[in-house]
Design a protein around this ligand. Structure first.
Ligand code: MSP
Length: 566
């Protein structure tokens, strides 16, 4: 009898069409993709939705500036976004555009249903609006300087006839729901923030606009277009065909297991979206998980600040797997992470080249040199085997504990403990000494154990780095089938005895950051415009300090004799 696979439905936010999606945007999509691949490895029927959020004043204005119709304007950009996801190996199940009919119909149906039952009513809106964030604010919500509290940009007065959604009516029900489902909002700090927000009093939400027309028409009052956030949030069910002729995907995957997003839009997902669903009488998602921001030295990466880092450039320079690994390894659960190219290079050099890549090259080099390239366990073991095997046996569960919380950074950390242990195992067992002493059976066991750890680590890490497995299997002399690709292949001893390895190039070549910097500087120098004066190239000199201040400085010279990664 065929048993149905358990399902897993994960979503990212749908992106505003922008030709400058940056590495910060890419974090959410890469994390959701890694989660999907992980769940598939574990036997789930995993469904991953992403897409684009194409309506609203901001798009209408940008299209007008470009002298194009909004839809024609976004078409090309959306194409670019899909290409970016392809480049980053994002294997989504569906890509929804809010300009698609299948989406518009659901938004209109839901809006009318909620209106008919009396939870949407017509009134007059008067307040502030941030167009880049597409968000309404009351006077007291504005930040100092009378600017948007989220992005710090100027807000505009909006005064118009609007429909309102009775959010206030659902505040108590929302609080009860959160109480009964303590894991609904993750991490916990965000949960507390959301509870406080609702307890301060939930106001009805303005859900239509009349001062522009690029949006989904309110079905019973065509002068209005649906507020872009009401429109956008519905994508999570419209993509599944809710209420359509074929509801099979909706029946199968809804409620979503995880809505994943950055912290700045948690309020929309943790409060507004569940209340829309409550009003519509539909089940609520199981979890809303907010990650932190990828920050630059001067704050959040954003197009308006001009500090965005292009993922296409990075992928070309360092490879897609390395970029994906860096993003997922660096962003600790729920926290912000700092981006710098140097940090990326360090991560490649330390975690990938030194730890993982080196484990593969040391292992294959020794198998080739000492054992004629053949992997097979020996009849004798060493004192260090038990500890290595024990950690290998524990690692999948340790990793799963974190992955199931969408804490990918710590999940990778668990796998890397095993990588570190295997590297230490080489030092402890000293295969070169076993070889010198003619202890062939022990040597064979050590080499087999190392090859087997590499097989396990590679299976575990392939949701994060989808291209790495093929390269490792080639060097280990395995076909993908023989190596195994999912968790059923993780049992110890799965490495086929008698395999002939095939040593290859470094998995992640080390990058000489200083040399790369010097080369880049030299290149800049040759292309520097001649008119540039020497003064312009010198950093501004700090003001002199007095001799008294100088005397207070405790200057010491020291030599670093050892250091370790923290
Ligand atoms: N269109 C809305 C989402 C609607 S979902 C129903 C939107 N789009 S966005 O393009 O501005 O942002 C998409 C996602 O990227 C959001 O989760 C946003 O917070 C995230 N990020 C944007 N900049 C980021 C960083 N610098 N770091 C991490 N994530 C960032 O919001």
């Amino acid at each position: 009898m065929m048993t149905e696979k358990p399902t897993f439905y994960i979503t990212t936010p749908i992106y505003y069409p922008s030709d400058k999606l940056h590495i910060g945007h890419a974090y959410t999509t890469v994390a959701a993709d890694a989660m999907t691949r992980y769940k598939r490895q574990r036997g789930f029927d995993a469904y991953f939705l992403t897409g684009t959020d194409e309506h609203g004043l901001k798009i209408q204005q940008r299209a007008a500036e470009a002298g194009q119709e909004p839809l024609a304007f976004v078409d090309g950009i959306v194409d670019g976004i899909q290409k970016l996801w392809q480049l980053l190996d994002i294997d989504y199940s569906d890509f929804i555009r809010t300009t698609e009919k299948r989406h518009e119909q659901v938004v209109q149906r839901l809006f009318k249903q909620i209106y008919d039952q009396g939870d949407i009513y017509k009134s007059e809106y008067s307040g502030w609006y941030c167009t880049p964030c597409e968000t309404f604010f009351t006077e007291h919500q504005l930040a100092e300087g009378h600017v948007c509290p989220d992005c710090g940009r100027p807000v505009q007065m909006a005064q118009e006839e609007s429909y309102f959604f009775k959010m206030s009516k659902y505040a108590d029900r929302w609080l009860e729901f959160i109480e009964a489902n303590p894991d609904f909002i993750q991490p916990e700090s965000r949960r507390n923030e959301m509870i406080n927000f609702v307890k301060q009093g939930l106001e009805d939400l303005c859900v239509s606009r009349t001062t522009f027309d690029w949006g989904i028409k309110v079905p019973f009052d065509e002068k209005h277009v649906v507020y872009v956030w009401f429109d956008a949030l519905v994508n999570y069910i419209s993509a599944l065909g809710v209420g359509s002729e074929d509801e099979s995907k909706y029946q199968k995957y809804w409620p979503a297991d995880v809505h994943l997003m950055a912290k700045d839009i948690i309020r929309f997902h943790a409060i507004i979206w569940p209340i829309i669903l409550m009003a519509a009488g539909l089940p609520l998602p199981k979890k809303v998980v907010a990650h932190g921001w990828l920050l630059m030295q001067d704050g959040k990466m954003s197009k308006s600040k001009g500090n965005v880092v292009d993922p296409v450039v990075l992928a070309e320079k360092y490879g897609v797997d390395a970029i994906r690994f860096f993003l997922l390894r660096e962003m600790a659960y729920g926290m912000d992470a700092n981006y710098s190219e140097e940090a990326l290079v360090n991560c490649i050099n330390i975690d990938l080249a030194n730890d993982y890549g080196n484990l593969l090259s040391r292992t294959t080099a020794m198998i080739e040199k000492f054992l004629g390239g053949v992997v097979a366990p020996g009849s004798e073991g060493t004192d260090f085997d038990a500890e290595l095997l024990e950690l290998a046996a524990q690692t999948p569960e340790a990793m799963a504990k974190y992955m199931d919380k969408v804490d990918v950074a710590n999940a990778i950390g668990e796998v890397w403990k095993l990588v570190a242990k295997a590297n230490k195992y080489i030092d402890d067992t000293a295969p070169w000494t076993l070889n010198k002493n003619g202890e062939v059976e022990k040597l064979k066991t050590v080499m087999y154990n190392l090859a087997e750890v590499l097989r396990q680590v590679t299976i575990l890490i392939s949701p994060v780095m989808p291209n790495v497995a093929a390269k490792v299997w080639q060097q280990l002399g395995l076909s993908a089938e023989a190596a195994g690709q999912d968790w059923t292949a993780l049992g110890w001893g799965g490495f086929p005895a008698g395999t002939k390895i095939c040593r290859g190039e470094a998995l992640f070549p080390r990058i000489d950051w200083e040399a790369a910097q010097a080369a880049a500087a030299a290149e800049n120098e040759t292309t520097e415009p001649e008119a540039e004066t020497a003064e312009a190239l010198v950093e501004p000199v700090k003001p002199e300090i007095s001799i008294e201040d100088f005397e207070r400085i405790d200057l010491r010279v020291c030599q670093v004799i050892a250091c370790e990664k923290v």
